[in-house]
Write a protein that binds this ligand. Sequence first.
Ligand code: F6P
Length: 363
Amino acid sequence: MSKCIAILTGGGDCPGLNAVIRGVVRAATLKRNWQVLGIEDGFDGLVGTPRLRPLTIESVRGILPRGGTILGTSNRGNPLAYPVQEGGKTKLIDVSDQVLANFRRIGAEALVAVGGDGTLKIARRLNELGIPVVAVPKTIDNDLRATDVTFGYSTAVETVTEALDRLHTTAESHHRVIVVEVMGRDAGWIALESGIAGSADVILIPEIPFDLNLVCQAIQRRTDHGSRFSIVVVAEGAFPGSGGKIVQATAEDNRGVERLGGIGRFVAAKLEACLADMESRVVVLGHVQRGGSPCPFDRILGSRFGVRAVELIEQGQFDHMVSLRGRAVVAVPLAEAIDALNRVDPAGELVRTAESLGIFLGR
Ligand code: F6P
């Protein structure tokens, strides 16, 4: 009997997931004649009755340009802290024994877990418990430290940049401040890189607590010099030095995942109050940043990661994650991948570049 492996996609979706799935399936079946099982909706698909589908060359045909994930995903189904209802209340319990039993039952020899920070932590624990795991890093936030970049990020930056280009013309025509709130959780990569690419005037990121009075003065200076509009990019996790980040729902109230959002509206209101005769508007780009067709870079990186994951399984190199280092795809220990987040260095070259370009970073 030929070897059988399984794959799942966990956490928030991002462009390029289908490239990984296709890469795994093609590398496993074409040269090696292995079988591939797709687990639906992340680790959720291994809780209760397993939700699976065989993945073949035919079933992955045409998916490379498609956003999202054909397997479905979940950023709520952590089997180590699984939400169950008890007496009208949500309780978190460990259902990893179900996941282990189901994984044994489906007869796969290894699992490719594609996901971000949360998924990688679960994958690490399941590997310790006996499921041979190879991980693939994904996230639009680019906040994983053990890889130079995650796939999905470049497409998100492109999407935001295009939005900033569009917003420029309307901001300029109406002499307004447009505040654009972007995703990224506690990392400012999307805000910073798309802000540079989209020629923002102000960029506010979680790594640099901002001073609203200084932001106001920076915009006023632009007006005084004849630029009667401004584009402010604010990361959802950014916050003023005088206060904390704005949370829509705490992890306890949101099945284990903190939900951010609202800082754009806050900043726009404050700026309108302090800038005489200047209207502000807020645009929350939200999940638009996660959708759409992956850019070529993300299609290629996703494909390379998928193929490399199969090679790692062949070599028995489990408890590792594929990673881009320079121009090479390498394997790094999963422990290294989850030990800390990749955040913007407030004294780093990218921040200095932005500031040298005259972009105000709130300090
Ligand atoms: O981690 C990816 C991400 O898109 C974050 O940038 C954002 O904070 C979060 O997921 C949104 O998650 P949800 O899909 O649960 O709203």
